[in-house]
Write a protein that binds this ligand. Sequence first.
Ligand SMILES: Nc1ncnc2c1ncn2[C@@H]1O[C@H](COP(=O)(O)OP(=O)(O)OP(=O)(O)O)[C@@H](O)[C@H]1O
Length: 607
Amino acid sequence: MEPSFSKLQTLRFLLPILWKISGVALVLLIGITLIQAVIPIAQLSLTSKLVEEAAQLFQGNSVSGLRDVWLLVILQFVLLLISALLGSVFKYTQQFFNERATLYFDEMMSTKVNRLPLSYFDNHLNYDRLQRTSFSIQMQGISIVFIMLTMIQSIITVTGFMVVLYQFHWLLSVGMFLLVVPMLWTYLYESKASFKLFVQQTPDERMSSFLSYLLKSREGAKELRVFELADYLIGKWKLISKRNIERKLALERKTIGISLGMQMISLALLSGMLLFALNTGANGRLEIGQYVALVQALFSTQTLIQGLAQGYSNLHQNLLHASEVVSFVRLADKSDQRGKADFPSPIKQGIVVNNLSFQYDGAPSPSIEELSFTVKAGETIAIVGDNGAGKTTLAKCLLGLYSPSSGSIAIDGMDYAEIRAASLRSRMSAIFQDFVQYPFPVWENIGLGELAELNNRDRLKQSAEQANIVSFIDKLPEGWDTVLGIQFDGGHELSYGQWQRIALNRAFFRDFDVIVLDEPTASLDPMTEAAIFENLMMLTRGKTAFFITHRLGSCRFADRIIVLKEGRLVESGDHETLMNKDGEYAAMFRKQAGWYTKEWNKQKLGV
Ligand SMILES: Nc1ncnc2c1ncn2[C@@H]1O[C@H](COP(=O)(O)OP(=O)(O)OP(=O)(O)O)[C@@H](O)[C@H]1O
């Protein structure tokens, strides 16, 4: 996939950013580059003079004796010293600039990723793009400035050398110029081919890193041992990695062949020019000092031209990588196209879901279809249904994380799309099935629910009291300051259910109008679960709450139950109404209740 930004557009986007990162460093780097560019030209004329003087001295023809030679040697020493000093300053400034730029681009990417709609993460092509953008930022994007500086330096030096060569004979400068063509072609071919391979290989590289991570991660450790999967997964990883390596080596073989051909042409040209210089010398038209300078100029120019061609091809490749970054950043900017209204807090009337359908990117059919229901402000709604019925999808739509494919959701008559994203988020809270386990202290794990109150220990304690987890926190080795999880030094691991209680508290710590709880008690013991549901009324008083659950007993706490089946709403009403109706809900409820009754015994299972 060819990035959609031209090299010029990419440069126009990048250069002001690089200037912003550190203008002073840029000026310093450019200044040093310019000085370093003319030093070799001065060196060349010094060498010529030095050899001339030395030849005179050795033959006993020198008028001034050693004095002039000494002066030249000192001059050469000073030039080399300046060059070395500037080299060191350049190296440090480069490192400084690199570190700053990496930080800047990493931050820019993380910010942009988090501004993208959640649906961005539902398409595998976007994961490929994210991977490529990260790689391009880390490895390539910011080297553009250094490549350009090196090229400027080489162009100035080469021009100086070309002038020197031209003074000997115009044929030499033309011959040198001819060297550029095959070199440039070769390197450009190589850079285009390797970028194409980089894009092609992204899905395989992703799978390979996923497997490599799984094989070394804590998440995979249990299953890999129980099912003895290590050898199988290592084999799978090796197969993909070998395929990747083979593709890279095939490209390498091809480019080495082409590059060898190019080198032969350039060496033949160079040898021809050396013979020409020797011939000129033999005919008495060159002094020995001039001959030495000429040979030095020829070799240096050849090396510099090679560097220039390589620099140009690197620049080309880097710009391709950078255009990945630019198109990603631009794409993120386009995504936030919501309205400007504020969330109508507190909610007075309620939420109206009207003909809501949502289809995932690339999915063959909608996951929820034509859902219509209303929720009064302050109501607690249970959402139930089989696996894959569309409960979580509906929850994400209710949270404004997904925009409807068709239909709408409105709060107090205001369509979600009209509300500013930040305003909508600030009034919503949620706990998901796969909540995050932050390896931070307890207070931070809970406080993250409402960043503005993160350091308000009194509010944290009050919220923990309401959620009934104070005694649990007090029993932890360092109470509120206990770092959770064992990934880091001094961390204390919790059971999944304990983690869930912390995550629940985080959700309730937020100052919200609407809360969505996706299987909030799935890992809790029956006593804790009962306590939480009894507490739910108090915790959500005056707020609108949705909870998804497979444990239908908890639906008794809901004002209303919404039953989904294959993405459609099939029933809605409170527990009594739905039981009396004797439809889907009643069937599911009886099935579950049967597990706890006398009739459900071993005989029924045929044991
Ligand atoms: N990111 C996705 N991309 C494509 N399809 C998806 C995605 N997430 C879910 N689906 C599909 O949408 C349908 C509804 O999924 P959803 O997660 O909403 O169901 P659910 O009722 O919450 O299920 P469960 O009870 O198992 O959690 C499923 O058929 C699923 O395959």
